[in-house]
Design a protein. Structure first.
Length: 241
């Protein structure tokens, strides 16, 4: 029986479900496959894929802290919270320095309560919020509590700034970007996003799409099996959610 975890470097344009579907097709029929922590299609980077009995660890692994890096575009507000959405508002960007942006990010450290993005898989009465949007219905406000552990402004080339964010599970970077835009008075949206780390699991150890597709089914099964030994301590240390 196939069981274990796989670290996958999700490409842009794929959903997390797309990645799971590819892996499932490569494994023996009826093998249960899942993932830990959805990545938006725009985002790239680390996705933990579980197979077999290890899918029972999904809830525990989803609760781990995460690290993201990417770019946020100032002066733009979209309906999705990222650059793929419909532009709702555009404003001029004030003259800023990296230090000024950093001061804004510092003001957001700690526990935050914010609304989940309308275009998200968060459910209300069993229905994802994005389905309310697509049906033209009012989108219920679903508040989520998260913790911003550290947030660094790495570079500024207006209207974009590069950043690296360390945060708790349940953090919506799109919502944080919009909050930055409100604090700076010009609006903001996610331009690029890459998940670099989930606890001690790192994207440097992940298979990219080319590497995954080059594997035969039995090779993939062996990778899942070997992961149990390699990551056993990390799996044991995952919090119970």
């Amino acid at each position: 029986m196939t069981s274990g975890l796989l670290l996958f470097d999700k490409p842009e344009g794929w959903t997390s479900h797309d990645a799971v579907a590819v892996v499932r097709r490569m494994l023996p029929g009826q093998t249960k496959v899942g993932h830990c922590g959805t990545l938006d299609p725009l985002a790239t980077g680390l996705l933990i894929i579980l197979a077999g009995p290890c899918t029972r660890l999904q809830g525990r692994l989803q609760g781990l802290d995460k690290v993201y890096a990417g770019k946020i575009r100032l002066g733009v507000l979209t309906d999705t919270g990222d650059i793929t959405g419909r532009v709702l508002e555009q404003k001029s960007v004030p003259s800023l320095t990296v230090a000024a942006v950093q001061a804004c990010l510092d003001s957001l450290l700690g526990v935050q309560e914010m609304a989940a993005p309308a275009y998200s898989a968060v459910k209300h009465k069993g229905r994802p919020l994005y389905k309310y949007v697509r049906a033209g219905l009012p989108v219920p406000v679903k508040l989520r509590t998260c913790q911003v552990l550290s947030w660094k402004a790495l570079a500024l080339e207006s209207p974009d700034f590069e950043h690296r964010l360390s945060c708790s599970s349940g953090t919506y970077v799109r919502s944080l970007a919009e909050l930055v835009g409100r604090r700076l008075g010009c609006g903001a949206t996610v331009l690029t996003l890459r998940r670099e780390r989930i606890a001690d699991f790192r994207v440097e150890d992940a298979l990219d799409l080319g590497m995954l597709k080059a594997l035969r089914g039995e090779e993939l099964q062996r990778l899942f099996a070997s992961s149990l030994a390699r990551w056993s301590k990390d799996l044991a240390a995952a919090p119970v959610s």
